[in-house]
Design a protein. Structure first.
Length: 131
């Protein structure tokens, strides 16, 4: 696989909902976005383990990019726990929105570092004040 393996890790049902809208927007099923809806009964270590299992099933890609909903919440903490065990393969952002997800999907052919840079440069496209 070239580019980044995208993981969408949010509180249930946000990951599935964002993914469904993205599929609608692109007019096709986006099977190359990994969707993990975190249940209220799950803790960060369970989230980290679920990510690790899916990552291994995908052949342990060397470039992973995470999109999660809230800094400090269980999905975020699970992502951080996964990342700490696997240095230098993953980057990500918290505060995902539909525009951020659509941009990440568009740029998924980039490695994680390039994808993060591109998303940072593109903030004017998905974060604007409403007049």
């Amino acid at each position: 696989m070239t580019g980044s393996c995208l993981f969408l890790v949010c509180h249930a049902p946000l990951s599935s909902a964002l993914h469904a809208v993205a599929c609608h927007g692109f007019g096709r099923s986006l099977t190359d976005v990994e969707v993990l809806d975190v249940l209220s009964s799950q803790g960060p270590e369970q989230v980290s383990e679920a990510i690790a299992l899916r990552w291994q099933e995908l052949g342990s890609p060397s470039s992973v990019f995470f999109l999660t909903d809230m800094i400090g919440a269980t999905p975020y903490n699970g992502v951080v726990a996964f990342m700490k065990k696997r240095n230098n393969i993953a980057l990500g952002v918290a505060g995902v929105s539909l525009p951020v997800l659509l941009r990440a999907i568009t740029y998924r052919s980039l490695n994680a570092s390039e994808l993060l840079t591109k998303l940072s440069e593109d903030t004017e496209h998905y974060l604007q004040a409403i007049p």
